[in-house]
Ligand binder design. Structure first.
Ligand SMILES: [Zn+2]
Length: 277
């Protein structure tokens, strides 16, 4: 992606090297009203207990991290431009989210999380949380290298912010109290696939801005596929348990991102009213 020298967002909060210590009241013992929406699968309830044992490790920014932090700031700025425009056309106002960079662990309105949970969005404070070391994880563990793979991750989390602004999060999350985990997971999958769709919508407009480079689309599709529940489960345990899927299969994640990339609008992304997403 062409990003050097372009506008960087001012909505980036750098908490690297600060550990999970409290900027926000509440904390582990506090009242957590919102569920964490994590990029990767797993039980959101466990996320709050995933603090690493050593929470005091100091952080030193590497050259790669410096470049990455600039990169994600430009991607965030692009999402601001694109979604402001899309919302305006729908007669709505886009409220920009904050991107929190952290190292090790971080405190959010959704509780305290360690970087092992991967990037996440907290609807409670409308912030995206990313430990930049996830870039290496994408590259090595998920075999999804490239800057646009990381751009897809940011755009997916921003997709959750869009869902929050549109009221979708508020409609879906309370269902958790009313149904079995297995039933709720079906809604979660549709919810996550919609975030992938919105990431695709952003990529559609990024292409329109002329900032995509050859291979970028493939990088995003590879990443979307790499974080599919079936692929992750196969690698981790050798078999898949479809009832436990929370984010969708590799094929679904890839195809909804691509749908958004082709359509470039909100209306074709109704994953909830599609018979089989
Ligand atoms: Zn997600």
């Amino acid at each position: 992606m062409q990003w050097k020298g372009r506008r960087a967002s001012s909505n980036v909060e750098d908490r690297r090297g600060m550990g999970g210590k409290g900027l926000i009241g509440g904390g582990i013992g506090g009242l957590v009203l919102f569920l964490v929406i994590a990029f990767l699968g797993g039980d959101p309830g466990q996320i709050l207990n995933s603090l690493p044992a050593d929470n005091t490790a100091t952080y030193e920014e590497t050259d790669q991290d410096r470049e990455l932090s600039q990169f994600v700031s430009v991607v965030l700025a692009d999402t601001e431009d694109v979604w402001s425009d899309v919302f305006r056309k729908e007669g709505l106002v886009y409220k920009e989210p904050t991107l929190v960079l952290y190292s090790g662990s971080v405190q959010s309105a959704c509780g305290t999380a360690g970087s092992s949970v991967g990037p996440f969005y907290c609807p409670g404070d409308q912030k995206l949380y990313i430990d930049l070391s996830f870039y290496e994880e994408l590259n090595r563990k998920f075999k999804a290298p490239g800057d646009f793979a990381m751009a897809y991750v940011i755009a997916h989390e921003v997709g959750h912010h869009v869902q929050t602004l549109l009221g979708t999060t508020e409609k879906i999350m309370p269902l958790r109290q009313r149904m079995s985990e297995k039933e709720f997971n079906k809604y979660l999958v549709r919810f996550e696939l919609q975030a992938d769709y919105y990431a695709g919508v952003w990529a559609h407009h990024a292409q329109g801005m002329g900032v995509l480079e050859e291979g970028d689309l493939e990088e995003a599709l590879t990443a979307a596929s790499a974080v599919g529940d079936d692929t992750i489960q196969k690698r981790a345990q050798g078999y898949v348990v479809p009832e436990s899927f929370t984010h969708g299969t590799s094929e679904q994640r890839k195809s909804w991102f691509y749908k958004g990339f082709q359509a470039g609008d909100i209306k074709s992304g109704d994953t909830f009213n599609t018979r089989s997403p």
